[in-house]
Design a protein around this ligand. Structure first.
Ligand SMILES: Cc1cc2nc3c(=O)[nH]c(=O)nc-3n(C[C@H](O)[C@H](O)[C@H](O)COP(=O)(O)OP(=O)(O)OC[C@H]3O[C@@H](n4cnc5c(N)ncnc54)[C@H](O)[C@@H]3O)c2cc1C
Length: 379
């Protein structure tokens, strides 16, 4: 059952909305054009408790529930998907992986740094030759005395060049495919770790995307995260939560694009009438509003299930698949409603149109989500 939004959730929504409108909205186009990640907003996000959103207070987090976290990601993404993506990679991938599978010592050492925003987190699974087929990775971690030596590279890593802490997946037993994958915590200063060139992207241009190069990177064995060989299964659990973040990003960006289209339809006149008087435009907006609400409910349902401690593989994939495809449709119609002005950068809808596409790709493409859902319903 979907609960009614609690009063505290609405207060949280308002505080994140106020922050996003005041501190982000005036700059988003400039950040996008310059491909600039605004590190200057991180201290403000920390003050709001967003950098440790899902972590318990004893580890320096703000202890938000998953449904509350979804509201935060939605509100940031309503103004700028890139900041939603930054938030998602830091919280639900890197920090949450350490929280879910780390030892008490690892939790105490790394989570307060991440939750306070003193360090930014990144999470590297994808490689140049292995995306959807993540199990075919090539990066290796070879045990050498009390250390592991990690060699290889991770591709398309969000927050790669701004991170202080990386969770990196590598093969500890190359003969065992997925069962030979383990996760490691690697600190930025580790000799042998370097960051490759930042990608020049279609959308989400303020988000930092780069490769992480690991050149005989020697790390202490105590930085093994979870059990040796359990890394792939652990990643799948982390992604169950991560995909809810991407669903929330889709809802937020769709909501932003829809609001701009609604406002434009009420302002623009053609044939002596406002666009909002034409049934063709009214029906587009009606469909957009309905689909956004459905995506929001599906996302919230997955988040509530996750909060109750259940596995959400199917529900997370359904929310991610539906919400990201709704976001693409809504952003497309928002541009259409703006006519030629939708194609021009002074109007924000063109940016949503570019940014939303990432939702159908990151953390598993739409095709992969359909495969997961189909596997579950045929189980
Ligand atoms: C901006 C951005 C940020 C990212 N951030 C991160 C990050 O922080 N960490 C990280 O680890 N990764 C990250 N990624 C990587 C992302 O998760 C992958 O790009 C994604 O999983 C797809 O992998 P791929 O690009 O190799 O595409 P491929 O796997 O090569 O897929 C190409 C096409 O083939 C389809 N396809 C593949 N296999 C099948 C199949 N079995 N059946 C049907 N169709 C199939 C896909 O759906 C897709 O349409 C990021 C990517 C981007 C663009």
């Amino acid at each position: 059952m979907i609960s009614e939004a609690k009063e505290e959730t609405e207060i949280l929504r308002k505080s994140v909305r106020d922050f996003a409108e005041a501190e982000m909205a005036p700059h988003v186009l400039k950040w996008d054009e310059a491909q600039y990640f605004p590190l200057e907003i991180v201290p403000k996000m920390s003050e709001l408790g967003l950098m440790g959103a899902l972590m318990p207070p004893e580890l320096g987090g703000s202890g938000l529930s998953y449904p509350e976290y979804v509201v935060v990601v939605e509100e940031l993404s309503r103004i700028d998907g890139s900041i939603g993506l930054f938030m998602a990679a830091h919280n639900s991938l890197c920090t949450n992986h350490i929280y879910l599978f780390g030892s008490q010592e690892q939790r105490r050492r790394y989570i307060p740094e991440l939750a306070s925003g003193r360090k930014i987190g990144a999470w590297g699974l994808t490689e140049a030759g292995s995306g959807s087929d993540a199990g075919s990775m090539r990066t290796t971690a070879v045990k050498d005395g009390k250390d592991y030596v990690v060699s290889g590279s991770k591709h398309f890593t969000t927050n790669a060049s701004i991170a202080g802490i990386y969770v990196i997946m590598a093969l500890t037993d190359p003969r065992s495919a997925e069962r030979g994958i383990s996760a490691f915590i690697i600190e930025r200063e580790t000799p042998g770790l370097s960051v490759g060139k930042r990608e020049n992207k279609l959308g989400m241009r303020a988000s930092d995307t780069a490769s992480v190069i690991l050149d005989d990177c020697r790390i202490p064995a105590k930085n093994l995260l979870g059990e040796e060989g359990a890394g792939f299964g652990d990643c799948m659990q982390v992604l169950d939560g991560g995909r809810i973040s991407i669903a929330a990003m889709g809802v937020g960006m769709a909501q932003g694009a829809y609001e701009h289209a609604l406002k434009y339809a009420k302002d623009r006149k053609q044939f002596g009438k406002l666009l909002s008087e034409f049934q063709a435009i009214r029906f587009k907006l009606a469909d957009m509003a309905t689909e956004i609400e459905a995506a929001r409910l599906l996302t919230l349902r997955a988040a509530e299930l996750k909060q109750s401690g259940k596995r959400t593989t199917k529900e997370s994939s359904m929310a991610k698949l539906y919400s990201s495809e709704v976001a693409v449709r809504v952003a497309n119609e928002a541009v259409q409603i703006h006519g030629g002005y939708g194609f021009i950068k002074e109007f924000p809808v063109e940016k949503y149109y570019r940014d939303v596409k990432l939702c159908t790709i990151g953390e598993g493409t739409s095709e992969i989500q359909r495969m997961i859902i189909a596997r579950k319903i045929f189980q």
